[in-house]
Design a protein around this ligand. Structure first.
Ligand SMILES: [Zn+2]
Ligand SMILES: [Zn+2]
Length: 608
């Protein structure tokens, strides 16, 4: 058992010691937790009478919720608080933790008239209460600090927001102050630069600028509308995966967007998610009840059940770009990454237990092919296994679980994945393998997933006839390399900043005429490019060439072709590459070959 202690706590028992530093998550947590104390002290010093409530460390930094009472506090005041915090930090005040009796703790905050801390303490057990002191400041605290305030060298208070006490909107609204601190000024500068870049690459911003998708309050929140360019992009991605899947032995299926409630009762989804999902749709006369499809698996199980199978027919691999609907609270919705309707690049593989090993390897090959073709080079995998101490949590027989877990580990090893094993993280119905990618800004995203399922074959009574002529249960594998089209495109947008790989670009080339006089020649170039299967458009507006180039650059066209008198006479084009500049003059044919070759380099054929 790991026991968290302060760096100043005397070691009185035997054991091994782990030192957490800035490079560990635990170390960062202590750093930011300690920084929250510094913020609280600064606020108390600058705004006497302010009431402190809670101030935890979060993923990036920390916050403190405070009741300013009658004092007005705005973002403009953050700079003064930062200054005060730096002054406190420079004092190198040690943090020290001490126990307090419940009465002592209550008295301390009652004297201050702080009803929030009093409420917190009332819910604590006597004997477990501790205070943290530094300089002349004291806060109720469970511990986990850096040695002294001097280690905090760089401070930035990011923003303020309203927050209800205990998250309950019936309670008083408090002011939440978000901040982040670092042990070096350089790290803060880098962090702020990264934030700015992330803002520029926000998929909601880029999606609008590149006219890929939109939302309409009339259609409804969380329901993306794909514009022509976005739809073309999606289609290209789908075709890319369909082609590879066909080679990998998948068969496409199509299922409806709704299913009878009974279907989800059978699958178990209704019992688990029914109350928190879109409610059922009823027919006017027959009294039938339907649900919007939250996942494609139950439908695919019934496709499997449409005829009897022999072991010789397996594995069966049914794939579908299936659109599903899941209720998310409106406050949780976010661009394309949290939506209420989305399309999964879904497939279900039905195989014998002995085929699990090779099926897993094949799915991994496909996932790696997808990532490689889209420029995601930096990824890790997580193998989620069962908790052996809690067998009651899992369905399916133990021998099968062992087989499946071993199959996943074997496949991860054989494919040379950079993976971690997480015990206890498996779903109740089977172990799984998830892929996490790091984008160009170093942020982690969860993408594709491969999951073994012993539950649905049981619930849908799926069978195949074995070589022994007896009926057996197939194993089911759920897999989705992209995860969902919406989420994947959002991540791809943020990863590439809108500069998609050439093969995927909705429009690869802008033909810019020097003046309207060259329209005919520009059209001719366009036709020639179409013969090379290059997607291009002509900008023949009566604008200066400088303006046309600037706009084409902004719209992320990978190539710009400038055509004027000389080019029309010689039958050539002047080529510019996005963010690189002039590539010189060449024939349309030479350009066509260059682009085809570049695309071939990006997207290799999938070899099974
Ligand atoms: Zn503390
Ligand atoms: Zn599924």
């Amino acid at each position: 058992m790991v026991k968290l202690i302060e760096t100043s706590t005397p070691l009185t028992e035997d054991g091994s010691l782990i030192l957490y530093t800035w490079t560990n998550d635990e170390g960062k947590k202590a750093f930011w937790h300690s920084s929250a104390h510094i913020l609280a002290q600064a606020l108390e010093a600058l705004y006497p009478g302010v009431k402190l409530t809670i101030g935890p460390a979060i993923e990036n930094g920390f916050y403190y919720d405070v009741d300013f009472g009658d004092i007005s506090f705005t973002e403009k005041d953050l700079a003064d608080v930062e200054k005060k915090m730096l002054e406190i930090a420079r004092g190198k005040h040690p943090f020290s933790i001490r126990s307090a009796s419940k009465q002592e703790a209550l008295d301390f905050y009652k004297k201050q008239g702080n009803e929030y801390k009093v409420e917190l303490i009332e819910n604590l057990e006597d004997g477990t209460i501790t205070f943290c002191d530094h300089d002349n400041f004291t806060d109720l605290c469970r511990g986990g600090h850096i040695p002294n305030t001097g280690i905090v060298k760089a401070i930035k208070l990011m923003s303020i927001a309203g927050a209800y006490w205990r998250g309950d909107e019936n309670n008083k609204q408090l002011t939440r102050i978000y901040g982040i601190t670092f042990p070096k000024q350089k790290e803060l500068t880098e962090y702020l630069e990264l934030l700015e870049q992330a803002k520029q690459r926000d998929h909601r911003k880029l999606g609008k600028e590149l006219e890929l998708f939109t939302f309409s309050s009339k259609v409804g929140q969380g329901l993306p509308l794909w514009l022509p360019k976005g739809a073309a992009l999606r289609e290209r991605l789908e075709n890319f995966l369909k082609k590879a899947q066909k080679k990998a032995g998948y068969e496409m299926v199509i299922t409806p967007h709704i299913g009878q409630k009974e279907l989800y009762v059978t699958s178990g989804h209704f019992a688990k998610y029914g109350e928190d999902s879109f409610q059922s749709i009823k027919t006017p006369h027959e009294g039938e009840e339907f649900m919007l499809k939250p996942m494609n698996c139950p439908h695919h199980c019934e496709i499997y059940n449409s005829k009897p199978w022999s072991y010789k027919d397996l594995p069966k691999r049914f794939a579908e770009f299936g659109t599903v609907y899941r209720y998310e609270q409106s406050g949780e919705l976010h661009g394309l990454t949290r939506v209420r309707g989305f399309t999964q690049d879904d497939a279900h593989i039905f195989c014998t237990p002995d085929q699990l090993d090779s099926e897993f390897k094949k799915v991994i090959d496909l996932v790696l092919y997808v990532f490689g073709s889209l420029g995601f080079e930096n990824f890790t995998a997580q193998v989620s296994l069962r908790d052996l101490n809690k067998p009651e949590k899992y369905i399916g027989d133990v021998a099968n679980w062992e087989k499946a877990e071993q199959a996943i580990i074997n496949a991860a090893e054989a494919k040379g994945l950079n993976y971690v094993i997480e015990t206890g993280e498996a779903a109740f119905y089977g172990p799984k393998l998830d892929f996490m990618v790091k984008d160009a800004l170093g942020r982690s995203w969860q993408l594709g997933t491969i999951q073994v399922d012993y539950n649905l074959p049981e619930r849908f009574d799926l069978t195949y006839k074995g070589s022994d002529n007896e009926l057996h249960r197939p194993v089911m594998i759920h897999r989705a390399p992209f995860g969902s089209m919406e989420r994947f495109i959002a991540i791809l947008l943020e990863h590439t900043g809108g500069n998609f790989p050439l093969w995927l670009m909705p429009e690869q080339v802008a033909i810019l005429s020097l003046s309207e006089k060259y329209e005919k020649y520009a059209e001719k170039v366009l036709n020639l490019l179409e013969n090379h299967e290059i997607r291009a458009l002509v900008d023949n507006r009566n604008e200066t060439i400088g303006k046309k180039i600037r706009e084409a650059e902004m719209n992320k066209f990978p190539y710009m072709l400038i055509v004027g008198e000389q080019e029309a006479k010689d039958g050539t084009i002047s080529v510019r590459k996005h963010s690189e500049g002039d590539l010189g003059t060449m024939s349309v044919d030479a350009f066509g070959k260059m682009i085809s070759e570049a695309v071939r380099q990006e997207i290799k054929e999938f070899n099974n």
